[in-house]
Design a protein. Structure first.
Lengths: 343, 437
């Protein structure tokens, strides 16, 4: 640890001409615990702070050290990404408040807290959403899941006689999927469920911030235990969408610390085969969907053939339409359809 | 008298049109003002003289007035030829309709519909000109009332003739498919360090204002700024009617001569920046097969999905057949970065394809488009002498600050360039016609 302090002293001294060593020593003494006081009489520019913290993160084995540092400091400066910050601004000395904020937030990152929780927000498609631990942080793949729905022209164009379209989201988390859909489909009404109270609250908070609360109902319900309640409250829906927990239990222990320590495990763990939540969702869909209504699921790459087989053997009311890949070409999305009256 | 010619690329008719005296003995050692042609000429004739610079533009070509254009024999011949074509099509359709096969009939009908409007306008023009002659006769009369009437008639005739001539020219000059496109504007700082980057920012702002001036959309795709508030590189998507048509001749190297902000001793520096204009195709007109793309993101390793939490949303797209690359990391949302990268890629691919198609047509032109003109110094902005010179057409205007506002002054220059380009197109047509005879 002393090596750390010594190194950082040298760094600050070299880069910004800081004269008060003592302040800096005090600063780093609690580094390992994560709670750090900002240097008292230290003047540092944004650029220097970024470099400084990037190196500090690296020393502590924090993943994506430079990006973490850039996102946090850009956020403190009121921007989303470093590219958005005026270059001039980066060479300005941080104000006292900014400096304190940077130190406070970066210290949190030292505890392996994901950047999205540190800055308490993240972007999903066109929206900026509030993030709060342990509510699951939306992944980029899920942005593509929403695209799949939007590609279905039956839902977007035409249908002029339909004044409202109804959708059920299982496991809404921060509300990313529901709110994106509401944002893009004006005639959509969404029923969103989650078995976590924190998630339900966060979804509602995000809905209110985006002005989408009128077409959204959020319920604290568990798709496994409360299937009957769901049926009575939400029946029928035109399509169902979900990014359910799909990790295999055995893979849970290989997760990075950021996820294990801060995100809700029940939003990730799909049981032995990863299908413990997917199965009840499929069972529910055949009862809940209008004829030819669709199910859009995000799954693990190994799931599509298993799900296909499952449908054929155990759920005769559903038809497996197709598997779609994500940007990295991994099979990621399953699209199913409830058979029409004609079978 | 300066004797200038454009080397071998112009036909005899072309040179006649430009009213330039040509001596056969000096066609080889040509002294060219136009840098593009100079290069071609120079490469084959090693001892050709250097192009002289455009600080005092030699008026080799200028924009010909409507009257000058219509005085050209070549134009008259061309119009006559079109009329003859029209008449012969008409005749063949009327008399041989029984003996000709469907294909022939179809071709003739098509020609008629294409030539019809042109021939109509030619007839109208001839009528108006006859009318004008008659009116001019009346003017010889001494009766004051009649005189007044004749004067106003004359004015009306002249206006109508001008209008008809413009319409005929528009019918002659072909529409380019890409003129209807939107575009991607790319600016890159060139030689001159910080000063070049500051100048790049000013030019970027100029086009931003120009877009607003025309009510076009201006979406910034990426900006890499410099320490002093300049721009290293930036790209914007501009959308609106005729946006590409108007901006396509802005591509090339823009040069600034002034005392930089960073200069302590008051010396004048020359810095450069490059503008690239990439037409943006519509979805329908230009499709890229997903199979040809390799999309690279940081989530490639491991299982991805719920398994990984990362904040690296940069996207890089490679078009495998051509090796063209576009990337973006402007946003926190990966899908938005992907969309921006795709926009950039489509623009690059489309403009490359467009260039292939038009390169032959634009070979001998002064106004180049696409990457052919990319390294051409097209314009100099001289602050101390307060003037802007476009080197391709030898036009100088004043009020640099006003010009950089990106409003009327820039619009004027652009209209001038457009007219020049239309004229070059017209000369090409007449030339082709001449060569084919």
């Amino acid at each position: 640890m002393f090596k750390t302090i010594w190194f950082l002293n040298r760094l600050l001294h070299r880069n910004s001409g800081v004269s008060k060593h003592r302040g800096v020593v005090r600063l780093w003494s609690n580094a390992a615990e994560g709670a750090v006081a900002p240097p008292a009489d230290c003047s540092i520019t944004a650029e220097q702070a970024i470099r400084c913290w990037a190196q500090h993160f690296t020393l502590h084995g924090i993943s994506e050290p430079l990006l973490s540092s850039q996102y946090i400091i850009s956020h403190v400066l009121g921007e989303k990404t470093l590219e958005c910050v005026q270059r001039k601004r980066l060479r300005d000395t941080l104000t006292d408040r900014e400096r304190e904020s940077v130190w406070e937030l970066c210290s949190k990152r030292l505890t392996r807290m994901p950047v999205q929780y540190v800055i308490e927000e993240w972007d999903f498609r066109d929206l900026t959403l509030k993030m709060r631990p342990p509510v699951f942080i939306p992944r980029p793949e899920t942005e593509e899941l929403v695209s799949l729905v939007l590609e279905d022209s039956r839902l977007i164009q035409g249908e002029s006689h339909r004044t409202d379209l109804r959708c059920l989201e299982v496991g809404c988390g921060s509300g990313a999927i529901s709110l994106s859909l509401l944002h893009s489909i004006p005639q959509l009404r969404v029923f969103a469920l989650d078995q976590s109270q924190t998630a339900v609250c966060l979804t509602m908070e995000n809905a209110n911030r985006l002005g989408l609360q009128d077409r959204l109902e959020v319920h604290l319900l568990d798709v496994i235990k409360d299937a009957d309640v769901i049926l009575s409250k939400c029946n029928p829906v035109d399509f169902l969408i979900s990014n359910p927990p799909y990790l295999l239990s055995q893979d849970m222990k290989t997760l990075q610390t950021e996820i294990l320590k801060f995100e809700d495990h029940s939003a990730l763990d799909g049981g032995l085969d990863g299908l413990s939540v997917i199965r009840p969702i499929l069972a529910l869909s055949s009862k809940l969907l209008t004829p030819r209504g669709r199910v859009y699921l995000e799954v693990a790459p190994c799931h599509p053939p298993i799900i296909q087989q499952l449908i054929e053997e155990m759920m005769p009311g559903l038809l497996y339409l197709e598997t779609r890949c994500d940007l990295t070409n991994r099979p990621r999305f399953c699209i199913l359809q409830k058979k029409g009256e004609d079978g | 008298m300066a004797v200038v010619c454009f080397g071998k690329s112009l036909s005899r008719a072309g040179r006649q049109l430009l009213n330039v005296t040509v001596f056969r003995s000096i066609t080889r050692a040509s002294v060219c003002r136009c840098p593009a042609i100079h290069r071609t000429v120079n490469s084959t004739i090693p001892h050709a003289q250097r192009a002289f610079h455009a600080s005092q533009p030699v008026m080799v070509t200028k924009i010909l007035s409507m009257e000058e254009i219509f005085n050209k024999k070549a134009l008259h011949d061309y119009l006559k030829k079109k009329e003859m074509e029209y008449n012969s099509c008409l005749q063949s359709l009327n008399t041989e309709s029984q003996t000709l096969d469907d294909e022939h009939v179809k071709i003739n009908r098509n020609n008629l519909s294409v030539l019809g409007p042109l021939v109509q306008k030619i007839k109208e023009l001839e009528e108006k000109q006859k009318e004008l002659e008659d009116t001019l006769d009346l003017l010889k009369d001494n009766d004051p009332e009649l005189h007044e009437l004749a004067e106003s008639e004359k004015e009306a005739c002249l206006a109508a003739i001008q209008d008809l001539r413009q319409q005929i020219l528009s019918l002659l000059i072909p529409e380019e498919e890409s003129d209807m496109s939107d575009l991607v504007l790319e600016v890159t700082a060139g030689v001159g360090g910080q000063e070049a980057m500051l100048f790049t920012a000013e030019i970027f702002d100029m086009y931003h204002n120009f877009a607003a001036f025309h009510g076009w959309g201006f979406d910034i795709l990426e900006v890499m700024s410099s320490e002093l508030g300049g721009i290293r590189r930036a790209a914007a998507s501009i959308s609106g009617p005729f946006s590409y048509k108007k901006l396509k001749f802005e591509a090339g190297v823009h040069r600034v001569q002034r005392v930089p902000k960073t200069e302590s001793k008051g010396r004048i520096h020359t810095s450069t920046m490059t503008v690239a204009i990439l037409p943006q195709p519509t979805e329908i007109s230009f499709t890229i097969s997903p199979k040809d793309l390799r999309i690279e993101t940081k989530r490639a390793s491991g299982a991805g999905g719920q398994h990984v939490n990362t904040t690296d949303s940069a996207v890089r797209i490679v078009h495998l057949p051509t090796g063209t690359v576009a990337e973006c990391q402007q946003e926190r949302s990966q899908i938005k970065n992907k969309e921006t990268a795709m926009t950039l890629l489509r623009a690059k691919l489309f403009s490359a394809r467009l260039e292939e198609e038009t390169s032959k047509r634009y070979l001998a032109r002064k106004l180049q488009i696409g990457s052919r003109g990319r390294s051409e110094k097209i314009r100099t902005y001289n602050f101390s002498q307060d003037r802007i010179t476009d080197h391709r057409i030898g036009k100088t205007v004043h009020d640099v600050h006003g010009f950089l506002q990106g409003e009327e002054l820039l619009e004027e220059m652009i209209v001038f360039l457009q007219q020049f380009s239309e004229q070059e197109s017209l000369m090409d047509i007449l030339q082709d016609c001449d060569q084919n005879q």
